[in-house]
Design a protein around this ligand. Sequence first.
Ligand SMILES: [Zn+2]
Length: 218
Amino acid sequence: MHYLIKKSYTELFNEEPDFDAKLMYSKAFKGYNAKVVYSRDYKEFRLSHSWKEVSDEIKIGLLQSLMNKIQSTDISTVNIDLYNIFLKKIPALTPKTKTDNILEDSFERINSQYFNGLLLKPNLEWGGKNFRTLGTYDYNTDTIRISRILKKDQMLMDYVMYHEMLHKKFRYKNTGKRTIHHSREFREQEKKFLEPDMEKKLTNFLRKEKIRESFWFN
Ligand SMILES: [Zn+2]
């Protein structure tokens, strides 16, 4: 067993691990993604390549967070604190390689109107023509992705951009067992969008676009 897994487990649970485990670095993950694939007797911790350069102390925090998750425990350690501090620094560590003029204008409009221009610019890219996922914020690569169908409606695009920027601002709350993405403070700030009835406008827009699409494909 990899010494880091053994150390992480022993310091978290105060007992020796009673399973087999492996630590792997995967090129399949972007940014600082990581996951654990597990059964009762075997656990495989898969970390993105970027983790190779990170110090052992922070890596232990990552492994312990994953262990908390699979064991449904919520034990805190100094290493987990270090890991959480590290996560906050990811945007500064991530090179900005992707952008787009339309998305950048949208980001700047929202940033100056709602964030006093203080939010650092993330990677910005268009997603596919997705009706269900209109936008995402990926914490591990500091990337906002906006569905291509919003390209034709600036106000709706700005609204979805605003939502994703709030994710970047608030990040998520980790209680160990549960991850809260839309906290109360998130929802309260989301309501401050100046244009009224945005959810309704979004629904109407999507309905019309779906009808158009279905005619195209018939
Ligand atoms: Zn959201």
